[in-house]
Design a protein around this ligand. Structure first.
Ligand SMILES: Cc1cc2nc3c(=O)[nH]c(=O)nc-3n(C[C@H](O)[C@H](O)[C@H](O)COP(=O)(O)OP(=O)(O)OC[C@H]3O[C@@H](n4cnc5c(N)ncnc54)[C@H](O)[C@@H]3O)c2cc1C
Length: 474
C-alpha cells in the first residue's frame, strides 16, 4: 500500500533554495520532507557555481603563471593536464557534497525522498510511491538550460552547463553561444586552459551589465585570445569536417564559424514540466512560477523559491528566498523579497560586480543621478599587484542615497559587499566616505568614489571663503 505522509513542510528540489529551507525549518522544529529526483545540491554544486568557479580558478593559476615575467619571475610556459584540471573540479565538488548530502539532512531530522515529485491536487503530491500532505509546500525545482530553436541544433551534439564540466578532453575549438555571465566565464576559463574559443552573442557581451564595465571584461577576454563576435545572430547549426559550424547573420552580412564543440549558454528556463502545477492551482508565467512579494504562488499553501520563482537567478537569492519562506511558512511573518539591494558577480578576470541600478537603468527609470567614478589606477595596491584596469562607479541620487554600484576589476565580487550593505541599510555617501579604509587596499577606491560626491563642496569657492574668514579669528 502507498505510504501516506503528513508533514508541516514539504519541499520539492534539493538545490540551493530547497536545502536552505529544509535545514532552517528542520532545525526550528518543523516536520520537514525534502524531495529530490537528481543530485543533492542541484545546479550550483554539480553543474553551476562550484564547477565553474573551480575551473576559473585553475584557469587563473595558469594565467598568473604566464604573467610572472612582469614581477621578474621567468619560467617555462605552464603545461595544462586537462584530466588533472577535471580532477581538481571534481575534488572541489566532492569536498562540498557532504554538506548537501542525504546523510546530513537526515541527521538534521529531514525526511529525504529521492524521487520525482508531482502534485495530484492543491494539498497533495506524490513522490516515490508516497502520498504527501503538508501544511505548506515549497517548489524549489530550479531552472535548466534554454535551448533556442535554431535550425539544425537538434541534429548535432551540443554541450550545456550540465555536460561541459564532464568533457573527457579539452576542446580544440569551443564555440560558445551566448555572452551572458555563464558564456563569458566559461569562454575565458577554456581559453586560458588552452582551448581555442569563439564567443557568439546576439547583443553585446554581458548585455545586462554596465556598458563601460563590460568593455573592460571584453578587453580581458580579447587579451586572453577569445574571439568575440557580438551583434551576430546564430541562424543555423550544421555538421562540419571540424566538428560543428554555426551560420551567423549580422548587420555587416553573413558568416560561418566552425569549431570542434558547441556550448549553448543563451539563458535559462524554469523547471516546471511534469510537476502537476495545474492540479495544484499554481500559475506559471514566462520567467517562472507566479509569486507575490512573499513568494506565495497562486495557491496560498504553496511557495516557490530560487530560480523557478522567476527573479534574479543566483544562489544567494535562493538563500535569501529561504529566509523569507521560513519566516512566512513557519511563523506567518510577512517577510518580503528584497528587490533593490541584489548583487550579482561575473567571475571573469576582470571580475564584474553590480548591486542595484546600473547607470543606464537609473536613467531609464527617470532618476536624477550623480555618477561617481574612481579608477584602480589611483590605487597603490592595484599598482603593486599590477592588478590591471578597473573602476568603482557609484550611482546616487542628488542627496547622496546610493541607487547602485558597479565594480569591475580584481576582487570586484568582494568589494561590492559594503555597497550592498549601504543600499540595504540606506546608508548614504557620507557614511561611505567617512569610513576608515585600510591602506593599501582596493577598498580605498570605493571610499574615494564616495568622497568625490563632496569634492565640489569641500574644495569649492564657498568653503575657501569660510576657511579664510575663520583664519582671521584670534
Ligand atoms: C554555469 C553556471 C554558473 C553559475 N554560477 C553562479 C555563481 O557563481 N553564483 C551564483 O549565485 N549563482 C550562479 N549560478 C546560478 C545558480 O546555480 C542557481 O541560481 C541556483 O543553483 C538555483 O538554485 P535552486 O535551488 O533554485 O535550483 P537548483 O539548484 O537547480 O535545484 C533544483 C533541484 O530540483 C530538482 N527537481 C526539479 N524538478 C523536480 C521534481 N519534479 N521532483 C524532484 N526534484 C526535482 C532538480 O533535480 C534540482 O536538483 C550559476 C548557474 C550556472 C548554470
Amino acid at each position: 500500500m502507498a505510504e501516506r505522509i503528513e508533514t508541516d513542510l514539504c519541499i520539492v528540489g534539493a538545490g540551493s533554495a530547497g536545502l536552505s529551507i529544509a535545514a532552517g525549518a528542520a532545525q526550528m522544529g518543523a516536520r520537514t520532507v525534502l524531495i529530490e529526483r537528481g543530485l543533492m545540491g542541484g545546479d550550483c554544486l554539480n553543474f553551476g557555481c562550484v564547477p565553474s568557479k573551480s575551473l576559473l580558478a585553475a584557469a587563473k593559476a595558469a594565467t598568473d603563471w604566464r604573467r610572472g615575467a612582469a614581477f621578474g619571475i621567468d619560467g617555462a610556459a605552464p603545461r595544462i593536464d586537462w584530466s588533472r584540471v577535471r580532477a581538481h573540479v571534481a575534488g572541489v565538488i566532492a569536498s562540498i557534497a557532504p554538506h548537501d548530502s542525504v546523510e546530513r539532512f537526515e541527521s538534521l531530522g529531514v525526511r529525504v525522498i529521492r524521487a520525482e515529485a508531482r502534485f495530484t491536487g492543491p494539498e497533495e503530491l506524490t513522490a516515490g510511491g508516497a502520498t504527501i500532505r503538508a501544511r505548506r509546500f515549497v517548489i524549489a525545482t530550479g531552472s535548466e538550460p534554454l535551448v533556442p530553436p535554431i535550425p539544425g541544433l537538434d541534429q548535432i551534439p551540443y554541450l550545456t552547463n550540465e555536460t561541459v564540466f564532464g568533457l573527457e578532453e579539452l576542446p580544440r575549438h569551443l564555440l560558445v553561444l551566448g555572452g551572458g555571465p555563464i558564456g563569458a566565464e566559461l569562454a575565458q576559463a577554456f581559453r586560458r586552459l588552452g582551448a581555442g574559443v569563439t564567443l557568439i552573442e546576439a547583443a553585446r557581451l554581458l548585455p545586462k551589465d554596465d556598458e563601460e564595465a563590460s568593455e573592460l571584461v571584453r578587453e580581458g577576454l580579447i587579451q586572453d585570445g577569445v574571439r568575440l563576435i557580438e551583434r551576430a545572430k546564430a541562424v543555423a547549426v550544421e555538421a562540419d569536417p571540424a566538428g560543428i559550424a554555426v551560420r551567423l547573420e549580422a548587420a555587416g552580412g553573413q558568416d560561418r564559424i566552425a569549431g570542434s564543440h558547441l556550448l549553448v549558454a543563451v539563458g535559462r528556463k524554469p523547471t516546471v514540466v511534469g510537476l502537476g502545477l495545474e492540479a495544484a492551482g499554481v500559475e506559471v508565467e514566462k520567467n517562472g512560477i507566479r509569486v507575490d512579494e512573499r513568494l506565495r504562488t497562486t495557491n496560498r499553501r504553496i511557495y516557490a523559491a530560487g530560480d523557478v520563482a522567476g527573479g534574479p537567478q543566483f544562489t544567494h537569492m535562493a538563500g535569501h528566498h529561504a529566509g523569507v519562506i521560513v519566516r512566512g511558512a513557519l511563523f506567518g511573518l510577512p517577510a518580503k523579497v528584497e528587490r533593490k539591494a541584489v548583487p550579482w558577480v561575473t567571475f571573469t578576470e576582470p571580475e564584474l560586480a553590480q548591486v542595484g541600478l546600473t547607470e543606464a537603468a537609473a536613467v531609464r527609470e527617470g532618476h536624477a543621478i550623480s555618477v561617481l567614478k574612481s579608477g584602480f589606477e589611483q590605487s597603490d595596491r592595484a599598482r603593486a599587484e599590477r592588478a590591471g584596469a578597473g573602476f568603482v562607479k557609484i550611482v546616487a541620487d542628488p542627496r547622496g542615497k546610493v541607487l547602485g554600484a558597479t565594480i569591475v576589476g580584481r576582487g570586484a565580487g568582494e568589494l561590492i559587499l559594503p555597497w550592498v550593505l549601504a543600499m540595504q541599510n540606506r546608508l548614504d555617501l557620507k557614511a561611505m566616505a567617512k569610513v576608515i579604509a585600510p591602506y593599501p587596499t582596493l577598498g580605498e577606491v570605493g571610499k574615494r568614489a564616495a568622497g568625490d560626491f563632496f569634492t565640489p563642496r569641500l574644495f569649492g569657492p564657498g568653503m575657501r571663503r569660510i576657511v579664510r574668514l575663520l583664519q582671521r579669528l584670534p
